[in-house]
Design a binder for this molecule. Sequence first.
Ligand SMILES: NC(=O)c1ccc[n+]([C@@H]2O[C@H](COP(=O)([O-])OP(=O)(O)OC[C@H]3O[C@@H](n4cnc5c(N)ncnc54)[C@H](OP(=O)(O)O)[C@@H]3O)[C@@H](O)[C@H]2O)c1
Length: 265
Amino acid sequence: MKYRVLGKTGLKVSILGFGGIPLRRISDKEAIDVLNRALDLGVNFIHTSITYGDSAYKIGQVIKERRNECFLAVKVGGRTEKEAKENLKKSMKALKVDKVEIAELPINATAFSQVMGSNGAYIAFQKAKQEGIIDFIGVTSHDVDFLNDAISTKAFSNLITPFNYAANTARTKLLSFAEELNIGFIAMKTLGKGGLPHVPQALRYVWNHSIHTAIVGMNKLSEVEENVATANNFQPLTKEEENQLQKIAEEVIKANRLSSSGAVY
Ligand SMILES: NC(=O)c1ccc[n+]([C@@H]2O[C@H](COP(=O)([O-])OP(=O)(O)OC[C@H]3O[C@@H](n4cnc5c(N)ncnc54)[C@H](OP(=O)(O)O)[C@@H]3O)[C@@H](O)[C@H]2O)c1
């Protein structure tokens, strides 16, 4: 496995991260096997949320034995301090942990002043940080213009946003500013939620850029093994491969298969 430092968090994270959403579609036993295999093969960054069905609960079954082998990033909703505090508590209960490395706030431009204001969700995260319940506060959004504004406040050490070879606004509008501020960059929907062809090239596309980890949703042992092999053998895309992906991206967009969230249908 290859690792990169997640910006100012200093965490050394595997370039292939584990996205928790698809775990809700498989049995407890399958989920435990898939995640154990990922950890065995060097994946050390896991992302989930209590909004993803029983994903956090299933992850908790595995990490109760292997907590020191992974970093946890948890999306915690809520606009007010009270809501965020309760949701963080529920997340940790589902995961069966007493701390998480990263708590990320899903925010948009409209909610920003409320979330960051007095009695806002950000206060709950700051208090949790002081109490040692979380180490770092991140921000997540699908809107790159908003993310530029959010990270410029210096309130966040990392961000999560969609980034794949079809949905790649972040490439020109966010990556270099995030790099300048040393913000940890976590790419999601790297495979367009499973709808993008050429999986190994799709992963290599995002790793070609200054992102630190791609949280890829995986629900089969074969997916874990294939994606880990791609990470282990990571080589930058050739010009020809880039052109091929560019063509596919254009077709996907022309056929109206790309949603605003970065998913491809
Ligand atoms: N912060 C936020 O607001 C937010 C929002 C959404 C998601 N997320 C996070 O981002 C993660 C990634 O998003 P995602 O899971 O929706 O999309 P994704 O990573 O783009 O795609 C996941 C899908 O790709 C397929 N896949 C994975 N490896 C494969 C392989 N080697 N070969 C063929 N297919 C493969 C699987 O499809 P099949 O199921 O068909 O096997 C899997 O369900 C989520 O799991 C979640 O942790 C965060």
